[in-house]
Design a protein around this ligand. Structure first.
Ligand SMILES: [Zn+2]
Length: 94
């Protein structure tokens, strides 16, 4: 019987081959949810859903697209947002 804290399904169970050749059950944390667009909820492309320990060592350019609202809004919502911002800017000028 595994330890009480290992009985929950919040950790995933992975069979790992150890150097002796035997297979051993190892408990690993699940990867976080895939990041989604805050406008429409679509899953964002080019944004990894890795553990915090892996994300910390990753270059910033690999964590999100390098454009305005990158990693926050999808490309379609970014386009619409920029249109909206520019139209409001022009309306206020005239
Ligand atoms: Zn969107």
């Amino acid at each position: 019987m595994p330890r009480p804290n290992k009985r929950s399904r919040s950790l995933r169970r992975v069979h790992v081959r150890v150097p002796s050749g035997k297979s051993r059950l190892v408990y690993k944390p699940r990867s976080p949810k895939k990041p989604a667009c805050s406008g429409c909820g679509m899953i964002l492309q080019a944004v990894p859903n890795k553990l915090v320990s892996k994300m910390r060592n990753m270059p910033k350019s690999q964590k999100r697209p390098e454009r305005i609202f990158g990693g926050e809004l999808c490309s379609r919502c970014t386009k619409n947002k920029l249109k909206k911002i520019n139209r409001e800017k022009w309306q206020n000028q005239t």
